[in-house]
Design a protein around this ligand. Sequence first.
Ligand code: XIL
Length: 389
Amino acid sequence: MKLHRLAVVGLASAATLLVATVAGAAAPPRGFHPPSDSLRGLAAPIGLRVGNAVNMDKLNVNAKYTGIVADQFSTVTPENVMKWDTIEPSQGSYNYAPADQLISFAQQHGQLVRGHTLLWHSQIPAWLTGGVNNGTISNAQLRDILKQHIISEVGHFKGKIWQWDVANEIFANSWDSSPLPDGINGGDFWISHLGEGIVADAFRWAHQADPKALLFYNDYNIAGQDGTNAKSDAVYAWVKQMLAQGVPINGIGEQGHLDTQYGFDGTKMQADLARYTSLGLKVAITEADVRTFVETTDGNQTPTDSLSQFAQPFEFDQMLKACLAVSSCISFTIWDVDDADSWVPSTFAGEGYSTLYDVNLNPKAAYTTLKQDLTLAAHGASHRIGTNS
Ligand code: XIL
């Protein structure tokens, strides 16, 4: 039994090393040792990276926040500072400093970095949208600007990014107006000006600029959450077609933004993740959070329905188990460290309680639940004693 376990752990470490080499990650840091019972420590034996979206206004400013990021997570995603509006605030002038700071933090703490994101309709600078809208930027120029941006940004971070979210949220939803879902959203800023083929080009340009980075398509409701599964079916059909055409896509990222009011079936997520991997792709949960309705009067984000405090960790647990069940699910990233820092309250009226830590940065039930899952995943349950069998 012991030997068997050792062999499994040995294999898992070899796999971790391989992933780290492919990513061009820095050598393990000498002085930093995360706690063995942290999320990252417990996930390490099976080679899973557990991550978070980092707010650069808090990193190295708030000590408790910074300690949690360092101790608990083995991959980090810049919450905002690799997006267009931060990186290229005016045309041709690049602002890499905040993202460089995150990368150096990651290197000091043995963390891999997810790059986020290159082709997305949101958080693009006013000079770009304004120019397109008033006609001073033609579609041909827009294409050149995008190409230049991708090649410059991916080139700047070459060798330091493990996974890039090359394209984000391009597919239509069931609630979008006609023509109905089942495909790429023709109303998307980039698609409406440059056509669907621009998505493949974005992947080609990113690959050209950093051939070793793993290139991901990232979206929400594309792994089991969507009632009819139309969006997931559409992404699957599209990526299969892209791969057949030789487009350099390595993975699919399911954001994993859940809401307790809709319920959630982790086995459906697992099935959809497995379906992507059947194409030879890797998958990742890239922005996991589970929101619910909360009291908004005192700032504590207490769930209004007492059962939500059980539903919230349950849905996190189901998501992690779906990832654990699929061996090509290589990372599980949570979106924001604590409830006070979360994007949820300002985005979804009346909702919150979406992360693993409360508004005072103390761990909640969801944190403990994920630790239990990771412990069982890495070590299994110990064999029963005293059964006389
Ligand atoms: C969010 C950030 O968390 C906020 O700070 C920002 O104001 C808006 O964007 N899907 C994504 C992320 O891919 O980039 C978004 O992040 C959340 C939804």
